[in-house]
Design a protein. Structure first.
Length: 273
């Protein structure tokens, strides 16, 4: 496996979950990877592991809600490794699981900065580098939650809807520069899923049973190979696409309506407060 030999990748949120799985797969494919991660310990640990897998890792402490941090992660890749061939916009931050009317402006602002603005900043920063190189690959992340109107992810759904539109737009416009822009819509045992199960153990059994393949995806074994494909020359004729990597869940989709929605009516503070 050496489809990414000589390639330089920046992966946001690479310290755990799907981002970590992608960084590890890219390393096995021979890439040099900037681990753009907020958590210092997790980021350093992943970067240290990558050289043992056949690649090379460099940790850059990155708060993707800050434009300067996103720009610094990408410029560091160029300065340290000589270019940026692949950008993976994976980082996300979830707010408390409450219905739309209880989401606050602060929750939406945080989610948009981490989940949409960071993608915008990363893409615009990487564009001139990729254009000068003669091409590149940008991989974003969409979610089935935005399709099914997840009851408790209104702000997250909003950000992901923006990412989908941005992916299509850039895929259309930047094709002339040989920059392929695509998105993955995964279902996986990500860091966010693990936290959700910790908060509500019943979900750990219920959700896999809704998936046609009967299990959650593995970040490194199921999601990362698709990212590696999109990052490689094998996907040179694919752009502006969103690929579901979800064990078939996009076919029946997922009903997130609580059995008893009235449980939210007793929340303190009132809607939007």
């Amino acid at each position: 496996m050496s489809r990414l030999d000589g390639k330089v990748a920046v992966v946001t949120g690479a310290g755990m979950g799907i981002g970590r799985g992608i960084a590890r797969r890219f390393a096995r494919e021979g890439a040099k990877i900037v681990v753009a991660e907020f958590d210092t310990d997790a980021g350093k640990r992943v970067a240290d592991d990558l050289s043992e897998l056949g690649g090379e890792g460099l940790f850059v402490q990155t708060d993707v809600s800050q434009k300067a941090d996103v720009e610094r992660a990408i410029s560091t890749a160029q300065e340290s490794f000589g270019g940026v061939h692949i950008l993976v916009n994976n980082a996300i931050s979830l707010t408390p699981d409450v219905p739309l009317e209880y989401k606050t402006d602060e929750m939406l602002e945080r989610t948009l900065k981490v989940g949409l603005w960071s993608v915008w900043w990363g893409m615009q920063t990487a564009f001139p580098i990729m254009k000068a190189q003669g091409g590149g690959r940008i991989i974003n992340f969409y979610s089935i939650d935005a399709d099914n109107g997840n009851w408790v992810h209104g702000d997250y759904n909003t950000a992901k809807g923006g990412v989908a539109a941005l992916t299509r737009t850039a895929g259309f416009q930047w094709a002339r520069h040989n920059i392929c822009v695509n998105a993955i819509a995964p279902i996986a045992a990500s860091a966010a899923f693990e936290q959700m199960v910790a908060d509500n153990p019943a979900l750990g059994e219920a959700i896999p049973m809704m998936i046609p393949m009967g299990r959650m995806g593995d970040p490194e074994g199921d999601i990362a190979p698709v990212a590696a494909f999109l990052a490689s020359e094998d996907a040179r004729y694919i752009t502006g696409a969103t690929i579901p990597v979800d064990g078939g869940l996009h076919v029946p989709r997922l009903n997130t309506r609580p059995p008893d929605p009235s449980v939210f009516d007793s929340m303190s503070g009132g809607p939007g407060q």
